[in-house]
Design a protein around this ligand. Structure first.
Ligand SMILES: NC(=O)c1ccc[n+]([C@@H]2O[C@H](COP(=O)([O-])OP(=O)(O)OC[C@H]3O[C@@H](n4cnc5c(N)ncnc54)[C@H](OP(=O)(O)O)[C@@H]3O)[C@@H](O)[C@H]2O)c1
Length: 334
């Protein structure tokens, strides 16, 4: 079967170091072209990753009629503009998270996707990872009793003010960069939308972006809380508390491609003597992300992360920001 020919807009770190090498291992994808605003960067990435075509503008790549899908790893404030341009150029789009910084912008993408009949998906690579599929299955089967509380933590230490994560106008800040993950994961596991949300944010004095956030999401069946921070010891964990047991994902968001990861199920012994460990196969989550998106194109099936799902995730994040301004609980506007 022919592979889907992909183009990549921008020589982003995530693209050149992680996603392109992973996509090259995909059964259904071929990395066909790279574009950069700078000739030398386009050539460097082309050479390093052995990519057939390199372009010195994103527009030029979009004009290549052989390219069927594009991957967009641009700074957050450019996601909407280039997703819409790519759709109008006849390409399916896998766009990095967060695909949009407002619900209105997401609706614009959805309108263009509907008009063109092309597929768009936000690159929440975790959705296809076996550790998340297994977690959902175990919880749905009642392994921990009735799920009532989700707790998430995601942090790293990074203070380079030149990084896009420290640019306020470019959609920087901890909430858009990593807060989006526990929001996405809690909605996925509860399989519900929060009724109301509230958050507390701490801002970086130099750049104005948020660097430490804690949030509460009130779901019909229970509560989710999370803390994310960008000037903290690196750590990540997701914990799911049921009426009988709790389940914990050891490395929920950056599961390494060449090492197994663990799920822990604990029965309540405070010294963890009763801990059950489920080992999850090592897998590259960016490879399976590309496989899944290419297969959705080939078979004309629904993408793993639909635009409706992204719209709801964005609505929750927008409500969290709104609650910081109002100091009150806010209702997401889906
Ligand atoms: N899913 C994940 O695991 C994951 C991990 C990390 C990041 N991400 C997401 O991926 C995206 C990129 O993150 P990154 O850290 O890889 O970014 P990055 O290294 O800073 O790369 C962004 C790229 O965008 C292009 N660009 C176009 N206009 C730009 C502008 N005004 N300022 C800066 N760059 C501009 C540049 O490519 P050219 O100069 O070549 O045109 C640049 O290399 C973000 O949306 C982020 O949230 C996802």
């Amino acid at each position: 079967m022919d592979k889907i020919k992909w183009g990549v807009l921008g020589t982003a770190k995530i693209a050149c170091e992680k996603v392109i090498p992973a996509m090259k291992k995909s059964k259904f994808s071929e990395v066909y072209a790279i574009a950069s605003r700078t000739e030398v960067k386009a050539e460097q990435c082309q050479k390093k990753r052995n990519i057939p075509f390199a372009y010195t503008s994103y527009e030029a790549l979009l004009k290549n009629k052989d390219i069927q899908a594009v991957y967009i790893p641009l700074p957050n404030h450019l996601h909407v503009e280039w997703t819409i341009k790519a759709l109008k150029a006849g390409k399916h789009v896998l766009c990095e998270k967060p695909i949009a910084l407002s619900v209105n912008d997401l609706k614009k993408i959805r309108k263009t996707a509907n008009e063109t009949g092309l597929k768009v998906s936000e690159a929440f690579m975790v959705k296809n990872h076996p550790q998340w599929i297994q977690t959902k299955k175990l919880i749905d089967e009642g392994k921990i009793g009735k799920l009532q509380s989700i707790h998430g933590f995601f942090s790293y230490y990074h203070t380079d003010r030149n990084d896009i994560r420290y640019k306020y106008k470019e959609g920087g800040g901890a909430m858009w960069d990593i807060g989006c993950y526990p929001v996405f994961a809690s909605r996925f596991i509860f399989d519900e939308e929060p009724l109301k949300v509230i958050a507390l944010l701490k801002y970086d004095k130099q750049s104005g972006v948020d660097i430490l956030n804690s949030a509460i999401l009130d779901f019909p069946s229970g509560q989710a809380t999370f803390t994310v921070g960008t000037q903290l010891v690196p750590y990540q964990r997701m914990q799911f508390f049921g009426s009988e047991k709790m389940l914990e994902i050891q490395i929920p968001f950056n599961a390494p491609p060449a090492k197994t990861t663990d799920l822990y199920i604990k029965q309540g012994d405070l010294f963890d003597k009763d801990k059950e460990t489920i080992q999850i196969e090592s897998i590259n989550q960016y490879t399976i992300q590309a496989d899944a998106f290419s297969q959705a194109i080939i078979n004309n099936t629904e993408v793993s992360v639909t635009l409706d799902n992204s719209l709801k995730n964005t609505a929750v994040i927008a409500a969290l920001f709104k609650s910081v301004r109002s100091g009150k609980w806010e209702v997401p506007e889906y």
